[in-house]
Design a binder for this molecule. Sequence first.
Ligand SMILES: NC(=O)c1ccc[n+]([C@@H]2O[C@H](COP(=O)([O-])OP(=O)(O)OC[C@H]3O[C@@H](n4cnc5c(N)ncnc54)[C@H](O)[C@@H]3O)[C@@H](O)[C@H]2O)c1
Length: 326
Amino acid sequence: MGEGNLKIGVVGAGVMGSGHLEYLSREVPGVTVAALAEPDESLRKTVLDRFNLTCPGFNTLEDMLDGVDLDGVVVASPDRFHAESIRLCLSRQMPTLCEKPLAQSLEDAEELSGLAQQSLKDVGRPLIHLGFMRRFDPPFVEVKKLIESGELGAVLYVNASTRNVSSGNIKSEELLTNIAIHEVDTIRWLLSDEWSDLKVLKGRSTSAAPEGTQDPIVLTGSTSNGVVIVADIFANNTYGYDVRCELTFEKGVVRVGIWGDVSVVKNHEHPAHPSFALGENWIARFRQAYVNELLEWTGTLRGKKSSNLATVDDGLRALQVLNWVV
Ligand SMILES: NC(=O)c1ccc[n+]([C@@H]2O[C@H](COP(=O)([O-])OP(=O)(O)OC[C@H]3O[C@@H](n4cnc5c(N)ncnc54)[C@H](O)[C@@H]3O)[C@@H](O)[C@H]2O)c1
């Protein structure tokens, strides 16, 4: 693929799909949004109008693949459709960036891993990447560099939170496969280390959770190198979008705050900490991560290699770890 315009199709026009449409049409050079697949016709029209896009709309991914010539597809439909979308894209040898998770069940994920390995042999490059966008978030990238510099010694302990304001009709297992999966992937990637143990603590549930859903949950685990992890997942916190990560090193503490502010506590000094308002969802906090991820992914469509984009194997590994407690 040369330097010409890439024709990209987007699947799903909800929160994430409309975000990807915006970034692709406004922030990623050399890209044309060439089609949108979204079963809700009025939403499809509203979202295309919002970004002044005149591309054709379809009800399904299959109709879109049959109806337009595309260089790549971004899948942002609900989790339960990811496995079938990836199967279809692989069968058409269509490069695809699919939102997390790879699948909802380990069985589907294992099957997709086999199909992806076969397609790697057939095509010579990975066709499927996954939207673990924290790998492209500048604050998390900064922390990864700090870890790798060795400046603060080894990481001993990680304490993280992912807390959404509300999560619709989310079920207990989806706190793991939909939300906690970010923590599982981020920690593997940040530490270049594998999870070796995971447990879930369940306590009192919020009255804001759907009937029967355990919310919040606390994950405790460790990695092969012995780093202990405690992470809480809260799907319906009602008070404001709140993602934080604190890493305790041998010689200091590094925090990624709610707005991605990175503070380093060392040598008996703590940086100043102003107060601020919280967001309604993840879009404002991770906007740049989504844009950077799309820049990297469209680069692969032009033949560049990426060592940072999450692969089907990363998606499978995250589900294998979560399956210890699902
Ligand atoms: N990487 C991240 O930070 C992040 C954040 C939030 C959500 N997500 C993931 O993104 C995906 C979408 O989440 P969302 O919050 O945008 O959901 P959403 O419910 O806002 O939007 C999903 C859209 O997909 C449409 N849809 C349903 N079935 C479809 C199908 N078969 N083909 C095409 N479209 C279909 C729905 O009509 C809806 O408009 C989910 O898989 C979610 O886990 C990722």
